[in-house]
Design a protein around this ligand. Structure first.
Ligand SMILES: [Zn+2]
Ligand SMILES: [Zn+2]
Length: 257
C-alpha cells in the first residue's frame, strides 16, 4: 500500500545518523509520499542546521530552540540568538523545549525550568507555537503549560490518558511516534483513544523511535505510515484518512498554508 500527503511533524535530519546518505534518504522519503517535514532544533547549533536544511529542501520547515538536555553552558544572550534565528521564514515554532528528568547527569531541574520558561516567554513574544519535550517531568511541565498557555504540541507523547485530556483542554496538540506501534504501548494507545482526532499529530522523531517492525533501526519519515496505521485503527478511520487529518492538524497548528 502506498500513501501520500504525509507530514512528519518532528524529525532530526541533521543527526549524524544521516551524515553519509542524507540526499538519498530525502529522495526516498519523497518517493514514499512524504510531502512535508519539520526539522527540529535542540541547541543553537542544531537550530542553525535545521534552518539550513529547510532552506535546502523546499518541502522542509524547521524550529529553533534549546532542548532540556542541551541547556547547560548556554551563552547569556541565547534568547537573543534564538529570536534572531526565528526571523527566518522557514521557522514555524520554538522547540524542542521542555523538561527531561530521565538523565541525572544533565542540567538540574531548576536550570531546565529557567530555560524552558524563558523560551515559553519568547514564543509568546514572537506569537509562535512551541514543541514540547517532556520526559519523567509531567507535573512540572503541566504546571508551566498551565501558567503560560502556549499554542503548541507535546511531542512523542507517552503520558497517561488523564494528562492527554488536560493538554487538550489547554488547546494544545499531541504528537505520537513509532512508539504507538509497540506491543507494550498501552498508555499511548489509551491516550489516542481519549483525544479528539483534530488534536493528533504524526511524527517520527527520526533517527530515533522506529516503529515495529523496524524497532531499534534507523528511522526516517517513510516509516510514519506504520504509526499512522496504528493511530487509524484506534480512531476507526483508514490510514490515508488519518494521514490527511494529521497533515491538516499540523498545518493548522504551525500556520502552514
Ligand atoms: Zn524530544
Ligand atoms: Zn526530537
Amino acid at each position: 500500500m502506498s500513501y501520500n500527503n504525509i507530514f512528519d511533524s518532528h524529525a532530526h535530519y541533521d543527526d549524524v545518523a544521516f551524515a553519509d546518505d542524507l540526499d538519498e534518504v530525502i529522495k526516498k522519503i519523497q518517493e514514499s509520499g512524504v510531502t512535508n517535514v519539520i526539522n527540529i532544533g535542540c541547541s543553537i547549533q542544531t537550530s542553525k542546521n535545521s534552518i539550513e536544511l529547510a532552506n535546502k529542501y523546499p518541502f522542509f520547515y524547521c524550529s529553533v530552540g534549546i532542548h532540556p538536555g542541551d541547556c547547560e553552558n548556554l551563552p547569556d544572550n541565547y534568547i537573543d540568538i534564538l529570536r534572531d534565528l526565528a526571523k527566518n521564514e522557514k521557522v514555524v515554532a520554538i522547540g524542542e523545549i521542555g523538561l527531561d528528568y530521565h538523565y541525572t547527569d544533565g542540567a538540574s531541574p531548576a536550570q531546565q525550568q529557567k530555560v524552558f520558561e524563558e523560551q515559553l516567554i519568547l514564543a509568546k513574544e514572537l506569537d509562535l507555537p512551541v514543541i514540547i519535550h517532556s520526559r519523567e517531568a509531567t507535573q512540572d511541565t503541566m504546571e508551566l503549560l498551565k501558567k503560560y498557555k502556549p499554542k503548541g504540541v507535546v511531542h512523542c507523547f507517552s503520558g497517561s490518558a488523564e494528562t492527554a485530556k488536560e493538554i487538550v483542554k489547554l488547546g494544545m496538540y499531541l504528537g505520537f511516534t513509532g512508539v504507538l506501534t509497540f506491543n507494550n504501548a498501552k498508555k499511548a494507545k489509551e491516550a489516542v483513544l481519549e483525544i479528539p482526532v483534530d488534536r493528533l499529530l504524526l511524527e517520527t522523531d527520526c533517527p530515533y523511535m522506529a516503529p515495529t517492525p523496524f524497532r531499534g533501526k534507523r528511522c526516517d519519515s517513510s516509516l510514519i505510515e506504520y504509526t499512522a496505521t496504528a493511530m487509524a485503527l484506534l480512531k476507526g478511520v483508514s490510514t490515508q484518512e488519518m494521514i490527511d487529518i494529521a497533515n491538516k492538524n499540523t498545518c493548522d497548528l504551525f500556520n502552514i498554508k
